[in-house]
Write a protein that binds this ligand. Structure first.
Ligand code: HEM
Length: 159
């Protein structure tokens, strides 16, 4: 096999975790560090979120409502929703210790040049809180989870 064929093959091969319908992206190193937070210990948080089923419904609602939101919807429009739904689910599930591997990119490069403001982040947190409440997650568990996400602010907010 020539070098060129190998390169072409590599380009055409989807990443191992990709779902059908995801757009191709440049290769990157997969690492649990990319998730931006260490997982909770024990099963308590996973249970509080209703396991993988509950996390899936929360992420689906978060993605759905973020894309159509009047404040932040525009930032998402041109981005791959299939991939975002998958990687966000993996990230939340990993951090909540509900039995997933995070295979997405790290937070800084994922949000580079999106121009996300503190106001946008606040809005996304509100949408997430609504989704968690709809799933019956206690406020104590919601706040514990939000505290894990809080330090990611420095990688997400650019202005
Ligand atoms: C702590 C809060 C946040 C977390 C945990 C988070 C998490 C993620 C994850 C896991 C990805 C996918 C990475 C990948 O494709 O490999 C992503 C991408 C993205 N995020 Fe966030 N995000 C946060 C805040 C925000 C905010 C506030 C906005 C906009 C209002 C935003 C907009 C986006 C967009 C548009 C993408 C897609 C980028 C692309 O297609 O290259 N994110 N985010």
């Amino acid at each position: 096999m020539t070098m060129l064929t190998a390169l072409l093959l590599l380009q055409a091969t989807p990443l191992p975790h990709a779902m059908p319908g995801e757009e191709a992206i440049d290769p990157y190193e997969v690492s649990p560090r990319n998730a931006g937070a260490t997982p909770f210990e024990g099963e308590g948080m996973a249970k509080a979120f209703g396991g993988q089923g509950g996390i899936r419904r929360i992420v689906d609602r978060l993605v759905e409502d973020s894309y159509k939101d009047l404040v932040i919807g525009e930032i998402f429009q041109s981005h791959d929703r299939v991939r975002l739904s998958r990687t966000l689910f993996e990230q939340f599930c990993f951090i909540l210790n509900a039995g997933c591997v995070y295979s997405g990119r790290e937070m800084k490069s994922s949000h580079k040049d999106l121009g996300v403001t503190q106001r946008d982040l606040n809005r996304m947190v509100e949408i997430l809180q609504r989704a968690m409440t709809a799933e019956g997650v206690s406020f104590q568990a919601q706040n514990r989870f939000l505290s894990k996400l809080a330090p990611m602010r420095r990688d997400v907010v650019e202005r």
